[in-house]
Design a protein around this ligand. Structure first.
Ligand SMILES: Cc1ncc(COP(=O)(O)O)c(C=O)c1O
Length: 404
């Protein structure tokens, strides 16, 4: 999805030449490096008071759990359609993921969340899959009524808007972003966490940098030191990300433009589309979802679209994406939470009272929705004519009789 060019090469060359590659290297001299600058700029762009750059989206999620001081005895509610990191990050802190249904938007179903709350629930983890925003109003309402925190996963929705003033990832207590290979903006592998409160930010900052106690900024921290780990970003990656961030709005505008054109072409077809949440959340939707009455129809659509578009378009059923479907997270399903039983949250005494029972068929509604949906890839670089042709191919493919 991300765009790149000469500017990234120049930015990296500058950092390579100055030899200052470690983000905290020059901090004592009061030098504001690339990582610190990126954090400021990203915080401003995401409308978040505090942002920390880290090595991946998974690292960012782990920082959220650390920032919120969650651990053994706590549960987090996650959707059954997401990347496995949604389960891995809490498990690495001893927190048990409770996996629940998505709704027709392909994101966390607020009613399923409500039903899954137990006395141990501490957090809800909405995931904006494919850039499709979760129902954040409903989830915020549940969280505030039930005294829970929101850990918002915007790893597939960098820069997405919720309302005019609010950005995805910055709506909950903490949020996570990814800059890996598949994302809106990228540095190969990278991530960022966002925090609303200074306390959560400081804990995440300390966790992500095991050397924090030795940094010049340590004396400014208002929390007690604890043992963190190394999930740091560096100056080279940050230099790339600063350039990438400058490209983000144009990418989202173009994605929005392509979606609008496709929608205009297919408007009269009477297709059931995967609904979008939020007043202006369409900007990050990287796929257009079409829902069919039967799983076979969705599969047939995905087969015929490439042919009918002359090889320019592709679609997949999310059930076939494999890795994003809870039942394929083998170590999670088997409740093997670590390399050794002594380190395994599923065997931690604090989690002994009521472990959730995982089973491959435990979320039939999720499996049904994923099987009856076709996700058509949109790309910001598609010209208007290509987007119109995509719309026409979608219409033609959906009209194909009985996809068996
Ligand atoms: C929804 C979601 N959450 C978390 C992650 C983890 O991000 P990363 O690969 O940067 O660790 C990903 C990565 O693809 C993702 O799609």
């Amino acid at each position: 999805m991300y765009r790149h060019g000469r500017e990234e090469i120049e930015a990296v060359t500058k950092v390579l030449a100055n030899g200052q590659w470690f983000r905290y290297g020059d901090a004592a001299a009061g030098h504001l490096g690339e990582a610190a600058r990126f954090e400021r700029e990203y915080a401003e762009a995401m409308r978040s008071p505090h942002v920390g750059m880290v090595s991946s989206g998974t690292a960012a999620l782990m920082c959220c759990y650390a920032g919120l001081a969650l651990g053994p005895g706590d549960e987090v509610i996650i959707p059954g359609y997401t990347w496995i990191a949604s389960a891995l990050a809490p498990l690495h802190h001893g927190v048990i993921p409770v996996i629940v249904d998505i709704d027709e938007s392909l994101t966390l179903d607020p009613a399923a969340v409500e039903r899954a709350i137990t006395p141990r629930t501490r957090a809800i983890n909405p995931v904006h899959m494919n850039g499709l925003a979760c129902d954040m109003d409903a989830l915020r309402e549940i969280a505030s009524r039930r005294g829970l925190v929101l850990i918002e996963d915007a790893c597939q929705a960098d820069g997405g808007r919720w309302t005019g003033a609010e950005r995805l990832g910055a709506l909950g207590e903490m949020g996570a972003y990814s800059f890996n290979f598949y994302k809106m903006i990228s540095c190969g592998d990278g991530g960022a966490f966002a925090a609303r409160s200074r306390e959560h930010y400081e804990r995440a900052l300390m966790f992500h940098d095991g050397g924090c106690i030795f940094r010049p900024h340590a004396k400014e921290l208002g929390i007690e030191f604890f043992c963190g780990i190394n999930l740091r970003g560096n100056e080279i990656l940050a230099a790339i990300l600063r350039v990438q961030l400058a490209r983000l709005d144009a990418i989202l505008d173009d994605l929005h433009r392509v979606r609008r054109r496709v929608l205009a072409v297919i408007r009269s077809e009477g297709l059931e589309l995967v609904p979008l949440r939020g007043s202006d959340a369409t900007g990050t939707a990287s796929h257009l979802g079409v829902r069919f009455a039967h799983a076979d129809d969705a599969a047939g659509f995905c087969r015929s679209l490439p042919t009918l578009s002359g090889g320019t378009a592709s679609a997949h059923r999310p059930i076939d994406s494999g890795r994003h479907v809870y039942r394929n997270w083998e170590p999670v399903m088997a409740q093997r939470g670590a390399y050794a039983q002594a380190a395994d949250p599923f065997h931690h005494p604090a989690n002994a009272t009521a472990l959730p029972a995982y089973h491959p068929d435990m979320l039939p509604r999720t499996l049904d929705l994923l099987a009856r949906t076709a996700l058509i890839a949109l790309h910001p670089d598609q010209e208007d004519a290509t987007a119109d042709a995509l719309g026409a191919a979608i219409a033609a493919s959906a009209r194909q009789p009985a996809h068996a």
